[in-house]
Design a protein around this ligand. Structure first.
Ligand code: SAM
Length: 552
């Protein structure tokens, strides 16, 4: 069925894109005037439509950066804007764009950045909250929204419109309604009245908020059922006793409702809950079921590294602190846990810090990635503490910058890790946990020296890797043992006579493999006799009986 919502005889207004074109000249002029756009302003416009507002903005502004999702509007738009050259049209869904990066690209010397738009109403909230939280470059928002939404955004405590959206905006901006717009100012005529609102970004963050993630979750939960008390609304999220203790400690009445509280109250509550959090995490180790090392490229070796988690882990505790403190840390800032925490704080603009305890069970410098897993688990622990989505790209980027093996531990799942090892392809199938015996001789082996000793012969081992994956899928331990390989075995054995001797002694009776760049050796699915024999023969070294798993 063709859409009958026609505009100007040619363009069909699409309901799914929230297309209601503003034709009232006085309203258009008023939006531009109230925004106080001038030649020193870069204007971001979302949804230029047929360009009625865009044209006026081009006249007044230094530059206009406009995002329009509908490709059928691009030609008519260019036609409307034919006499201007101070604009860029981006034919994309704005919600998928890095608006801050685009602003930086087009801004030039312009000193101000404003958003001026007649917004598509179906995505008003994600647009406004998304931009407020991802960029501080836009200092003013003059936007047309549905009247009810505008009232909610601009409302104050103890009014009927006051809600989580008002608070989310209030945290970053001063908001006010500029004027209402009759629905007949648009073609096609919408069912609702509209309002133009103005948000002016707060100069600097004036609130002492310690965790934005927690604050945003808290306000959402607090207003989830309007008629319920705060205790009831939060009880799905926090322990009831803790909520009551918070109310007592911060001197609120037990039956207080969210609508009675102002932004400072929610900030205090959010800081209180943050300080009460105790996070415990296991930092799991791994073995390499396949480690194919290829030629060097740009100073590093490319690898195909099939890593599987094992059930050996370090134990990590995280608790809010004003500073980043790692207990019992003899390495200072050079410790990967401290580096991860500092990079996290910097990337997410966090004011406070964290006290971290790491109880080591994984031997260091063993080829079991004890350091890498602690680095990754620090990032995961801090995400949980500060309510940050662990899938945020910045988490992966920090992990990759800490070391090639680190990103793997963000997933805790069997994965084929490629390039330097930092490109993670998780294998999404399950297999029965497989017994493993780890034996770590007391000797030092430098990873750099092992890689240096390695000679690449140009052959591909992708068949072997596929065989390992099939063996895991079919629980075929025999085939698994026949196919596990590690290209660093020969160089590692060559570099250390003691390791060579141990490897060969054990290998006489049962197949043994090297993990990573060593020196830990492992036996897959060992029988009781082998386990007892090895425990008896190698009394004074680290031996661990555990499980190889698909995921932890
Ligand atoms: N600015 C024009 C005016 O005032 O007449 C049009 C406003 S109309 C209410 C909303 C505009 O946003 C439409 O042109 C629509 O195609 C566009 N739009 C809808 N969803 C969008 C999205 N996700 N990204 C960019 N533009 C979008």
């Amino acid at each position: 069925m063709p859409d009958k919502r026609k505009h100007s005889g040619e363009v069909v207004a699409k309901k799914r894109f929230g297309q209601n074109f503003l034709h009232d000249e006085r309203v258009l002029d008023r939006i531009v005037n109230e925004s106080q756009v001038d030649k020193d302003t870069l204007v971001v416009e979302i949804g230029p439509g047929l360009g009625a507002l865009t044209k006026r903005l081009c006249q007044k502004a230094g530059f206009v950066l406009a995002y329009e999702i509908d490709y059928t509007l691009i030609e008519p738009l260019k036609d409307t804007l034919q006499f201007y050259n101070n604009y860029e049209l981006i034919n994309k869904d704005v919600l998928t764009c890095d608006v801050e990066a685009d602003i930086k690209k087009y801004r030039g010397n312009l000193s101000k950045v404003y958003l001026v738009a007649n917004l598509p109403y179906y995505i008003t909230t994600p647009i406004i909250l998304g931009l407020l939280s991802t960029t501080k470059l836009i200092t003013r928002y003059v936007v047309m929204v549905q009247k009810e939404v505008g009232m909610r955004i601009c409302s104050k405590p103890k009014t009927k419109d006051y809600n989580a959206l008002s608070l989310a905006v209030m945290y970053r901006a001063n908001a006010k309604v500029l004027f209402d717009v009759d629905r007949h100012a648009f073609t096609p005529v919408p069912n609702v009245t509209s309002s133009v609102i103005c948000l002016d970004l707060l100069k600097e963050n004036k609130y002492e908020l310690l965790s934005e993630g927690l604050f945003f979750k808290l306000i959402k939960e607090a207003f989830s059922m309007r008629r319920k008390t705060l205790v009831n609304n939060l009880s799905g999220y926090y322990d009831k006793e803790l909520i009551n203790k918070m109310l007592r400690d911060l001197k609120y009445k037990p039956a207080v409702r969210a609508e009675e509280l102002g932004i400072e109250d929610f900030i205090n509550m959010s800081n209180y809950f943050l300080k009460e959090k105790d996070i415990y995490k296991k930092a799991y180790s791994k073995v390499n079921l396949a480690l194919e090392v290829m030629d060097t490229e740009g100073g590093y070796h490319k690898v195909n590294n099939l890593m599987a988690p094992i059930d050996l882990y370090d134990e990590m505790y995280f608790k809010y602190d004003d500073e980043i403190i790692l207990e019992d840390n003899p390495y200072g800032d050079d410790n990967i846990i401290v580096k991860a925490a500092k990079a996290f704080k910097e990337a997410f603009g966090i004011k406070g810090g964290c006290k971290i305890i790491c109880k080591k069970n994984i031997p260091a410098a063993a080829g079991l990635a004890g350091g890498s897993t602690d680095g990754a688990t620090t990032l995961l622990g801090l995400c949980e503490l500060y309510d940050i989505n662990k899938k945020d790209k910045r988490i992966y980027d920090i992990a990759a910058s800490l070391g090639s093996d680190v990103p793997f531990f963000l997933y805790n799942k069997i994965a084929l890790c490629t390039n330097r090892g930092e490109v993670i392809n998780t294998l999404d199938f399950d297999f029965k946990p497989i017994k493993v015996l780890l034996v770590k001789p007391e000797l030092g082996l430098s990873t750099a020296a092992v890689y240096k000793e390695y000679k690449y012969d140009g052959s591909s081992k992708s068949d072997k890797i596929n065989n390992i994956i099939d063996a895991l899928k079919n629980d075929d331990i025999k085939s698994l043992k026949e196919n596990i390989f590690n290209d660093l075995t020969t160089p590692a054995l060559k570099l250390n006579a003691d390791l060579n001797k141990m490897y060969n002694d054990i290998n006489k009776t049962t197949t043994i493999f090297l993990s990573g760049s060593g020196p830990t050796l492992f036996i897959v699915d060992p029988n009781k006799t082998t386990v007892n024999k090895i425990k008896k023969e190698y009394k004074d070294i680290f031996i661990y009986e555990g499980l190889i798993k698909a995921k932890n």
